[in-house]
Design a protein around this ligand. Structure first.
Ligand SMILES: [Zn+2]
Length: 382
């Protein structure tokens, strides 16, 4: 048995405790293909090859409810062969070996199955809807390096975050709906003015309808939260906070995020069919918005003029297609940060060219010595 084309950064070699007692199952989407002289087991980019005679029978018996000893019994393969293949699959990050449940508060029932995402036998429509909405999220989270529970815990942890979107417009409203549907149950949409109404311009094939025009944006989006959210409302108070600003934030708002240690991300207004995003700022740890401004001032000869121009020109709305693209991109980067503490936007900014999306420009930034955003800060990453 050999490992082939294993991509860097995926599951590293692990030691399984009490290997015989675990109940392994292949991760969602793992391919099992005949190679002519054995089996290829893996994803598109990497996997393992096995020439064990009972390999397919072993894989078929890996139902997530049978121990390795039972798999050996059910498949007719020797226990050593089962352990060998499970160990190789685990080292390659291709198998789940832990079961985790998501507890939701909506299902008040003495039956414990009704408060988990699996083993439900209640014919509860809401529960089944939750399961079907969870499956696509899990199909991605299970492939995160080091995940062994099908990605369940990663998705469940998203409920511990409160994400505030400051601003309005197409990107803001789409982002609001996508984040809720991705499991960030506590997503808040905070327009610049409480009185901001929904306009025809806001309709983007998203969750707002023609009949919503003229209604208060903040109130209406809040009303729709239950319909959009992946999970039922979560009453947990222990939330980590994140802020997203559509357009430049007010100076006092920015200062508040910095002093409270709130990670934040700014999406600048569209200009000349392009959009500048980032960086994702972890106060005191990564380059802040002021660092970027100081560096752009030094690097870009027209930067000061551009900033002045922005003060006197109202931002323009983006095309529907761009709004969906940017909202999806921001959500994926934010979830990457929440799920894995990683993001391509940490210390970096993206310039999105509406007519050339395949070559999005990513510029790296460092902390500027004159900024002082790290002075007196000793906070370490979470
Ligand atoms: Zn700074």
């Amino acid at each position: 048995m050999k490992k082939i084309n294993k991509s860097e950064g995926s599951a590293s070699a692990r030691t399984l405790e009490n290997l015989k007692e675990i109940e392994p199952r292949l991760k969602v989407g793992v391919l099992v293909l005949n190679t002519g002289h054995g089996l290829y087991i893996g994803g598109i980019n990497y996997g393992i090859e096995s020439d064990l005679p009972h390999a397919r029978a072993i894989l078929n018996a890996m139902d997530g409810q049978s121990t390795c000893a039972q798999i050996s019994q059910n498949s007719g393969a020797g226990l050593d062969d089962v352990l060998e293949i499970v160990r190789a699959l685990d080292n390659a990050g291709l198998v789940d070996t832990v079961r985790t449940s998501i507890r939701v508060q909506r299902f008040h029932s003495p039956n414990p199955n009704r408060s988990t995402h699996k083993n439900d036998d209640s014919n509860d429509g809401g529960f089944q809807q939750l399961q079907s909405k969870l499956a696509p999220e899990l199909s991605a989270s299970t492939w995160i390096s080091g995940v062994r529970d099908g990605g369940v815990n990663v998705i469940a942890q998203r409920r511990n975050w409160e994400v505030s979107i400051f601003g309005e417009g197409r990107i803001a409203t789409l982002l609001y709906g996508i984040l809720l549907a991705s499991g960030i149950s506590e997503t808040l949409l905070i327009p610049a003015k409480n009185s901001t109404a929904i306009s025809a311009e806001s309709l983007t094939s998203g969750f707002l309808r023609q009949s919503d025009i003229g209604l208060n944006l903040k109130v209406r989006s809040s009303e729709l939260a239950g319909e959009l959210s992946l999970f039922p409302a979560n009453s947990s108070d222990a939330r980590e906070k994140f802020a997203i600003s559509i357009g430049q934030p007010q100076a006092d708002q920015q200062q508040e995020w910095m002093s409270s240690g709130t990670p934040h991300l700014v999406i600048e207004p569209a200009e000349c069919a392009s959009l500048f995003i980032g960086p994702l700022v972890i106060p005191g740890i990564t380059p802040c918005l002021r660092c970027v401004r100081l560096i752009r001032h030094e690097r870009e000869i027209l930067w000061d003029e551009i900033e002045l121009n922005r003060l006197t020109h109202a931002p323009s709305e983006v095309p529907v297609s761009v709004a969906h693209y940017v909202a999806g991109l921001i959500t994926l980067e934010l979830l990457s940060y929440i799920d894995r503490e990683k993001s391509q936007l940490l210390g970096a900014c993206l310039t999105i060219d509406f007519h050339n999306l395949a070559t999005t420009d990513r510029t790296l930034y460092t902390r500027h010595l004159a900024c002082g955003c790290n002075w007196g800060q000793e906070k370490s990453p979470r």
